[in-house]
Design a protein around this ligand. Structure first.
Ligand code: GP9
Ligand code: MN
Length: 432
């Protein structure tokens, strides 16, 4: 009701972070290509196994001065996993405390999502490429509510036989098979590629690579490096195509890891490979390992580099809008532009734990990031600071839950935005 909506709008207003004038509009009018790196964690970047570099191409992008590469960027998903990541990145609203917004509410709720915002504010067309069936995570319904012009799901590709793994078409084949559709899109476009091969339990056919995997005794951990290596090669091949076709110079490419691939219990097997001991591995280590890549590659723009500011998936949409010169004032988006002087560096996890540049808070424990130690006797000032951050985290998540559960956006349309009509989209008719 209107009191709920008022609380949300008050929070959004107070939390607003104005753009950084140096960054505002630097990618204006460029195609936006988003590459979703399935289950890809930050520790893979620059990692070696048996003397072999796991992800040489992504490492090269990470260190390229045309890339803004975030070194303290965290996933914030809950049980909705991939779908939670998609929801945060494209709507600026969190997933739910339980379940998935996509499946629970995605067919009926009102959304103000990236494809619609970019179309209305800057004339973008939009498409998703994904080698799994369109109904997985209820995407076929959700994407219509997001205003996606096109959804190229498994039905657009040959997914037979060894061309697929459990979650669909292998990544190299997804990129290859997407090109003929990508080339038909009117520019500027906003195109998202959802990869799947690097998904638990990380199976890979012999013909798809022979990376020298470790031997931890934990199959998921061992195989993770082989499928991550395959994903790296897939992205490399796609970049080669972008360069050869000339699309590269007209585009920015955003890459992100959606969530962990290695679970907290499997982290004990991973620990030795990270130079840590399983015996002392704790909640602090688990939380710190929730870093995922977030890279914004802008060809021809050489002022990038490693960005140490803390942030998470909720911050992506405001950041992207500002890079494209789109004002997001008035939109219900809970994150803040990572480049803004007013960017909020308290990063909430979906369970209300959080990380700041200095502290990691797990339930009632405060850890110091400088050495990972548990703060057993926090000063009054520190206690107050943490309590203040915790209150904000809880309030933010609660307000986001209200937006979702009460479908509040149906009562609120930001100035200059036209509500999306899902009936305007029918992906299969487009194809026929
Ligand atoms: C399936 C893929 C995997 O289509 O996106 O989703 P996840 O299991 O990672 O949530
Ligand atoms: Mn996923």
């Amino acid at each position: 009701d209107s009191a709920d909506l008022d609380s949300v709008l008050n929070f959004i207003n107070q939390h607003y972070a104005a753009p950084n004038p140096k960054m505002y509009g630097i990618a204006k009018g460029k195609n936006v290509i988003v590459i979703h790196l399935e289950s890809f964690q930050q520790f893979l970047i620059d990692d070696k196994v048996n003397g072999e570099t796991v992800t040489p191409f992504l490492n090269s992008l990470y260190h390229d001065n045309q890339t803004y590469s975030f070194s303290n960027f965290f996933h914030q998903v809950g049980q909705g996993k991939t779908s939670d990541a998609e929801n945060m990145l494209e709507t600026g609203v969190y997933g739910l405390p339980q379940g998935s917004v996509f499946t629970a509410l995605g067919s009926d709720n009102t959304f103000q999502a990236a494809p619609a915002i970019l179309k209305q504010q800057a004339g973008y067309t939009s498409a998703v490429f994904h080698g799994n069936v369109g109904s997985f995570w209820n995407r076929n319904n959700v994407y219509k509510n997001f205003g996606y012009d096109n959804f190229y799901d498994a039905s657009y590709f040959d997914t037979t036989g060894d061309r697929s793994e459990q979650y669909g078409l292998k990544d190299k084949l997804l990129f290859q098979g997407s090109i003929k559709y990508l080339e038909q899109l009117q520019q500027p476009f906003y195109a998202k590629f959802l990869t799947v091969t690097n998904h638990f339990p990380f199976p890979l056919d012999k013909e798809d690579g022979n990376f020298p995997i470790p031997n931890t005794g934990d199959k998921a951990v061992d195989n993770y490096f082989a499928t991550a290596h395959y994903l790296d090669q897939s992205v490399h091949e796609f970049f080669n195509y972008l360069k050869a076709s000339g699309l590269y110079d007209k585009s920015i490419i955003i890459l992100y890891g959606d969530h962990y691939g290695i679970s907290n219990s499997d982290n004990l097997s991973l620990a030795p490979l990270l130079g840590k001991s399983a015996d002392t591995w704790n909640d602090y280590d688990n939380a710190q390992l929730q870093r995922v890549p977030f890279m914004i590659h802008i060809p021809g723009q050489h002022n990038g580099g490693i960005q140490p500011q803390y942030g998470g998936e909720i911050d992506v949409l405001p950041t992207l809008e500002h890079l494209l010169g789109i004002n997001n004032r008035g939109y219900v988006q809970f994150g803040t532009d990572l480049f803004s002087a007013k960017h909020d560096q308290v990063v909430p996890f979906r369970n209300s734990n959080f990380v700041t540049p200095d502290y990691t808070v797990v339930d009632d424990s405060i850890y110091k990031n400088s050495d990972g130690s548990l703060v057993t006797h926090p000063s009054t000032a520190l206690k107050q600071q943490i309590a203040k951050d915790q209150t904000k985290v809880q309030k933010e998540l609660q307000l986001s839950d209200t937006v979702n559960n009460k479908n509040l956006l149906r009562f609120y349309t930001p100035a200059g935005f036209t509500p999306v009509n899902p009936e305007d989209y029918n992906y299969h008719n487009d194809f026929a």
